[in-house]
Design a binder for this molecule. Structure first.
Ligand SMILES: O=C1C=c2cc(C(=O)O)[nH]c2=CC1=O
Length: 512
């Protein structure tokens, strides 16, 4: 969440996080090369929705002001915490080369591509995130027990991805002995759901590109809208088959059986006011389609659910929450029917895919520990991208105020650094340096359309039969009347011609 360079006692006290790019203390944000400058953080103060009632008690409000109020602002295509890198979609020394990472269906990767993807994920689980560290205490305790030991930890690239999600969904601690406040979620149940997860994936993809030294590396997706109760990617060449020995775990033939979860001690965090740190716990739990207590989540979404969701015309609707109706965001998030009707009993699309996993991947505070999370969210993001392309919305489609805390258009997304707003992710993927290779299912016909098509087809058939009958009748009457009805006409014609001819002959003779 914060650059390693910024979390010294002095750095924290200064509230400025503008590292030098060259090492020269005066070269903040690569200013000597014209890459950027150190500026005041902009944290939008427009009102949030009524769900959050604890203003002033959470480090994540008006992110990142509880920690820092100055940051690098980069020029042109430069980007990063010290303006040392390029914006998503650009590369090269001067960040002037266009780059596109293609995200493909994981089931369509070759054997070798699948092996390389699994190995890259496993490497990310074991490789220390080179630039960022995580806070292991809330701000009031950030200087440590002696006031001189900042409470930050190193973390691996993949665990950084897990921790960021946990931090965005955790409850607000209100004090020892008091129940933590749960009416808060900086990344779900609001318009920011799609923009937040988009940036979350971009950050992982970028970290993995750097780790692999392959700027073209693209995260694949899982088309979870296949119906039925079979997890097609739960095989040992991909995300791991079921263990035949230990219930609800992953086969030992898969490297993911070795992975250990982060952020499991949620009761501790909520009662003691601690924060998830870099300590890992138990293995990934997964039992796809096996939730006997909730038959509704034993099946995956259907292909037509995706098509139906893409028809919902409004990005989000008041109250911009998990109760919104006719909202594309709430539909793809999965709190509405696929055609957009809010129903508290329904779980569809993204939510249904999570709950189908029935284990680690189905519990919000730990779900990214199961690497299926990555592929589930790239597909959700692909649906978002297709919706943006089809509906081409103006930024005003995204609410400016009164969305749940963290979700307003101009709010910085928690806990990303450097600060990035929701609206920056409200653009099609080509603006962010990636694209999807997806074949979208056709839209199913509505009953009205089926009836209209049937009526039109019937009318065409009647017209054809009528035309054919008329032709047949005419043809018959023509051949029947050939020797009778038409005879006098011909005879008459012949007679007139003969009379004319005789008259001409008489005239000719008299002239002679
Ligand atoms: O990790 C998640 C787990 C979820 C469970 C639901 C639900 O609808 O009950 N939603 C979820 C979102 C997640 O991100």
């Amino acid at each position: 969440q914060f650059p390693r360079e910024c979390i010294s006692v002095q750095g924290l006290q200064s509230r400025e996080c503008c590292p030098s790019l060259s090492g020269d203390p005066g070269d903040l944000c690569g200013s000597s090369a014209g890459r950027g400058q150190c500026v005041q953080v902009n944290a939008d103060g427009r009102p949030h929705g009524p769900q959050y009632t604890q203003d002033g008690r959470d480090d994540r409000e008006r992110w990142p002001l509880a920690f820092f109020n100055r940051t690098c602002q980069c020029n042109g295509n430069f980007s990063g915490y010290n303006c040392g890198r390029c914006k998503h979609g650009y590369g090269g020394e001067n960040c002037d080369q266009l780059l596109v990472a293609v995200r493909r269906n994981v089931m369509e990767l070759s054997v070798d591509e699948k092996r390389r993807f699994v190995s890259a994920l496993d490497r990310a689980k074991r490789t220390v995130q080179p630039d960022f560290v995580i806070a292991s205490r809330r701000y009031p305790e950030i200087f440590g027990p002696d006031g001189n030991t900042p409470q930050f930890e190193n973390i691996s690239i993949y665990n950084f991805f897990v921790w960021s999600h946990y931090y965005s969904v955790s409850k607000t601690f209100l004090g020892a002995g008091q129940q933590s406040f749960g009416g808060v979620d900086f990344s779900h149940e609001g318009p920011g759901f799609l923009t937040w997860h988009r940036y979350h994936l971009l950050q992982l993809e970028r970290d993995m590109q750097d780790m692999l030294q392959d700027p073209s590396f693209g995260l694949p997706y899982w088309n979870f809208a296949i119906g039925g109760n079979n997890c097609d990617i739960c095989t040992d060449d991909l995300l791991g088959a079921r263990s035949t020995f230990v219930a609800n775990t992953i086969s030992s033939n898969s490297v993911f059986s070795q992975w250990r979860n982060l952020c499991e001690s949620v009761e501790d965090y909520d009662t003691l006011g601690t924060i998830c740190n870099n300590t890992e716990g138990g293995p990934i739990q997964r039992n796809p389609g096996g939730n006997v207590a909730r038959p509704m989540v034993q099946r995956l979404p259907e292909p037509q659910d995706v098509s139906a969701s893409l028809e919902v015309g409004l990005f989000d609707t008041s109250p911009f929450y998990s109760t919104s109706s006719e909202s594309f965001r709430n539909t793809v998030e999965g709190y509405s029917t696929p055609s957009g009707n809010y129903d508290p009993l329904v779980r569809s699309l993204h939510n249904l895919a999570h709950l189908f996993l029935n284990g680690t991947g189905g519990q919000t505070h730990v779900s990214p520990n199961d690497p299926i999370f990555v592929l589930l969210h790239t597909f959700t993001d692909a649906i978002f991208d297709e919706w943006l392309r089809r509906h081409n919305p103006d930024v005003t489609a995204y609410p400016l105020e009164n969305a749940p805390i963290g979700h307003n258009r101009q709010y910085n997304m928690v806990p990303f650094w450097p600060p990035v707003t929701n609206v920056e992710m409200f653009v099609t993927s080509d603006n962010l340096g990636y694209s999807y290779e997806v074949q979208w299912p056709g839209r199913p016909y509505t009953m009205t359309e089926i009836i209209t098509i049937a009526i039109v087809a019937a009318l065409i058939l009647v017209a054809i039969i009528f035309a054919a009958t008329t032709c047949a009748v005419r043809a018959r009457s023509y051949s029947h009347g050939k020797n009778e009805a038409r005879q006098p006409l011909l005879a008459e014609h012949y007679r007139r011609y003969s009379e004319d001819h005789e008259r001409i002959q008489e005239k000719t003779q008299s002239v002679v």
